[in-house]
Design a protein around this ligand. Structure first.
Ligand SMILES: [Zn+2]
Length: 381
């Protein structure tokens, strides 16, 4: 997800937080505060707000542990993990590549809910062991109780069989293993997921109508989110099963010329874009890529200004998204769309060998859909 900020790195996996996470953080802290206020009457206002802030942070810590369980299992099975992002609905592990065996997907999907259930059970056990016979618990024990309850809920909720929830992946891999057909697995899981999503939307509306306004809206939103996700999954599968694997190579613009951030827009336009017939120019600053330059960036300024402007000041700065030469074109296209970015750098053995864009991928996939093999005019590698 673009505009996320990095908070750390665990086991080689970048942990980033999307700005929408803050909304969830405040919403959850507020929910915890009112829960503690109602449940533990002897607590002071300062106590239940302290508990709420720590509880909300600890809940996201739990979500992070859940995602790490997915990611580390995937790494162990040889799948590269790009990172973990925490956002408004929880967390997401960006696991690259496709599962070779149904079993692998099952393990990766199941590891998350399993970790939540274990964590939740341990916290509830601590609560049962240490809770006072009478009166309210200590601040720490109150938080432990909340975390125990929420982790169990997190484990159970994630096992709902709807994409992109873990239960959807567990179901998909189970059907895949059972029928030996990956696309049957996806179809079954997407259909069931769609029903689950509508169920959540319906339940949210019912909750809303019976007075639980915030909870009802929240649930309906999660339902809508799941509904969109299961539709996306079904469409991607239709494309995949219609055309099979599409190698990325035919859409790659090879050995691009690079521009330094300090170069003038006028020079880059003339030397690379116009004379070099190169539509996208990776821009480098102090040895690191900082984004892509296109004619569109230049056109936002009058041509008379181009001699005064450096490319570094006109482009949208964004650490370029990188893909591997061996990646599948359909996967790369959906990754670019999901991140709302136009271009990616293509790497082979850690060296940049080219650039690939949404438009080229779309036309390649359209071409393959129409029965073509490889577009003409581009040298095969
Ligand atoms: Zn999960």
């Amino acid at each position: 997800m673009s505009s996320s900020f990095k908070i750390g790195r665990i086991s080689g996996i970048d942990i980033t937080v999307h700005p929408t996470w803050l909304i969830a953080f405040f919403f959850i802290a507020w929910t915890i505060a009112s829960l503690f206020e109602r449940s533990f009457e002897s607590w002071s206002t300062a106590q239940y707000w302290t508990g709420a802030v720590i509880g909300s942070l600890a809940l996201f810590g739990s979500v992070l542990i859940h995602e790490l369980a997915h990611s580390i299992t995937a790494q162990r099975l040889g799948l590269p993990v790009e990172g973990i992002t925490l956002f408004i609905f929880g967390g997401v592990s960006q696991i690259r590549g496709r599962y070779k065996r149904a079993r692998d997907e099952f393990f990766v999907a199941f590891a998350g809910p399993l970790s939540s259930l274990i964590l939740g059970a341990a916290a509830l056990l601590a609560w049962v062991t240490f809770r006072p016979e009478t009166g309210d618990p200590s601040l720490l024990l109150g938080i432990i109780f909340y975390l125990g309850f929420m982790n169990v809920a997190l484990g159970i909720f994630n096992m709902l069989p709807g994409f992109p929830l873990d239960g959807g992946r567990v179901l998909r891999s189970a059907v895949w293993g059972w029928t030996s057909s990956e696309s049957t697995g996806t179809r079954v899981a997407a259909t069931v997921g769609n029903l689950v999503a509508w169920g959540l939307i319906g339940f949210g509306i019912y909750q809303f109508a019976s007075g639980n306004i915030v909870g009802g809206i929240w649930m309906a939103f999660i339902g809508l989110f799941l509904q969109a996700a299961s539709r996306g999954e079904r469409q991607a599968e239709q494309v995949r099963s219609a055309i099979g694997q599409v190698p990325l190579r035919a859409a790659i613009q090879r050995t691009p010329q690079f521009a330094d951030a300090t170069e003038r827009v006028a020079d880059v336009m003339e030397n690379i874009v116009i004379r070099g017939f190169q539509q996208v120019v990776p821009v480098i600053e102090n040895g690191t890529p900082i984004g892509f330059f296109t004619a569109g960036d230049a056109r936002r300024f009058p041509a008379t200004e181009w001699v005064n402007l450096s490319v570094g000041t006109v482009i949208r700065r964004q650490e370029p998204y990188t893909v591997q030469f061996s990646d599948d074109a359909v996967e790369v296209l959906s990754a670019l769309r999901a991140r709302r970015i136009q271009y990616a750098m293509v790497l082979a053995d850690d060296a940049i060998i080219g650039v690939v864009g949404q438009a080229e991928l779309e036309s390649l996939i359209r071409f393959r859909n129409a029965g073509g093999d490889a577009p003409v005019g581009r040298p095969p590698i």
